[in-house]
Design a protein around this ligand. Structure first.
Ligand code: NAD
Ligand code: GDU
Length: 322
């Protein structure tokens, strides 16, 4: 059955890919985005667009919506350390206003973009949803606060909610891909080196307790991630807040990522070792058993070379358009 969905942050990377998947599944999509980090041209054709802030969501929400998919947030870990107030204001304050607007409009279903950053330094690998949450950045803390807020909203007011804790999102889906400005994520930065837009990639620390000394992450294709959102809409149950990790369960080191980019692009990628980046855990790998069991999620694009190849194609297309 087709539905009508409000996608906050749908002009950004992940939100635009999920909006595109919703449209392809025959749903009606309204994107609400203030374009603070997103791009008007990133909103998929076929979606309606409201340029506005989630704090004003009450202006637009009404009972005709079946659910909200909430991506709008600031998400730079490093920036959150130096400007924590910006993160509490937008991520927590903004979401509080959004939840109030949903209550008023009687929209009783939510899918929320949470993050691996809610766990902080893991106590064991792979990370499960019942592991301790001790975020090492205000960004992670703001997302954890929202998760707690949603738990209360479900218990007190019957919201049906799913928080999806993404690990490292990567890759692209057709015309939708990653174009943060400034870019801070590893794969798009290495691709910029391949394009000749940067001289070298900095490896943030090669003295971690990992086989090659560099940090290990669990990279998940954005299209696999998008599919989980559609399944989460079906799984959301009134009065329940379900939390699911989304990752492949495979870890790749920074050096393995760089080597994969060399192989996929055929370009040499000079690398320089730089100091560790504050707040980076050595290893972050997900157990996504809950998503598999509760959502019926079955990611099919775990191959790192395939993820990088899709991101490379998108990066080259953007460069041709500019
Ligand atoms: N990219 C990742 O690896 C990753 C990992 C874990 C979690 N997440 C979460 O996923 C979500 C999407 O991340 P992304 O990488 O697509 O980021 P993004 O910056 O590309 O997208 C965020 C979008 O939200 C919009 N926005 C921000 N504040 C807003 C507000 N107050 N009102 C309306 N619109 C607003 C921005 O303009 C942007 O279009 C975020 O919540 C982020 O915390 C991302
Ligand atoms: O120029 C760079 C950029 C990154 N890295 C390293 O590459 C790895 C991946 O870094 P990213 O910035 O691509 O991703 P993060 O793991 O820091 O962050 C991601 O996962 C986090 C969870 O911890 C949050 O969810 C966040 O939103 C999401 O982008 C890290 O070890 C980082 O130190 C480098 O060595 N050089």
């Amino acid at each position: 059955m087709s539905g009508k969905y409000l996608v906050t942050g749908g002009a950004g990377y992940v939100g635009s890919v999920v909006a595109q998947h919703l449209l392809e599944a025959g749903h009606e999509v309204v994107v609400l985005d203030n374009l603070s980090t997103g791009f008007r041209e990133g909103v998929p054709a076929g979606a309606s667009f409201i340029e506005g802030d989630i704090r004003d969501a009450a202006k637009w929400l009404d009972p005709s919506y079946d659910a909200v998919l909430h991506f709008a947030a600031f998400s730079q870990v490093g920036e959150s350390v130096v400007k924590p107030e910006k993160y509490w204001d937008n991520n927590v304050g903004g979401t509080m206003a959004l939840l109030g607007a949903m209550r008023e409009a009687e929209v009783r279903k939510l899918v929320f973009s949470s993050t691996a950053a809610t766990y902080g330094e893991p106590v064991s690998t792979p990370i499960t949803e019942t592991d301790p949450t001790a975020p090492t950045s205000p960004y992670g803390a703001s997302k954890l606060a929202v998760d707690h807020m949603i738990t209360g909203e479900a218990a007190a007011h019957g919201l049906g909610a799913v928080s999806l804790r993404y690990f490292n999102v990567a890759g692209a889906y057709g015309a939708c891909g990653e174009r943060h400005d400034p870019e801070s994520h590893l794969i798009p930065l290495v691709l910029q080196v391949a394009q000749g837009r940067r001289e070298a990639i900095s490896v943030f620390g090669d003295d971690y307790p990992t086989p090659d000394g560099t940090c290990i992450r669990d990279y998940i294709h954005v299209a696999d991630l998008a599919e989980a959102h559609l399944l989460a809409l079906d799984a959301a149950t009134a009065g329940e807040h379900l939390i699911c990790n989304l990752g492949n369960g495979n870890g790749f080191s920074v050096r393995e990522v760089i080597e994969t980019v060399r192989q996929v692009t055929g370009h040499p990628i000079p690398e320089v070792v730089a100091p560790r980046r504050g707040g980076d855990p050595a290893v972050l790998v997900a157990s996504a058993a809950t998503a598999r069991e509760r959502l019926g999620w079955n990611p099919s694009r775990a191959d790192l070379a395939g993820i990088v190849a899709d991101a490379w194609e998108f990066t080259q297309n953007i460069a041709r358009e500019q």
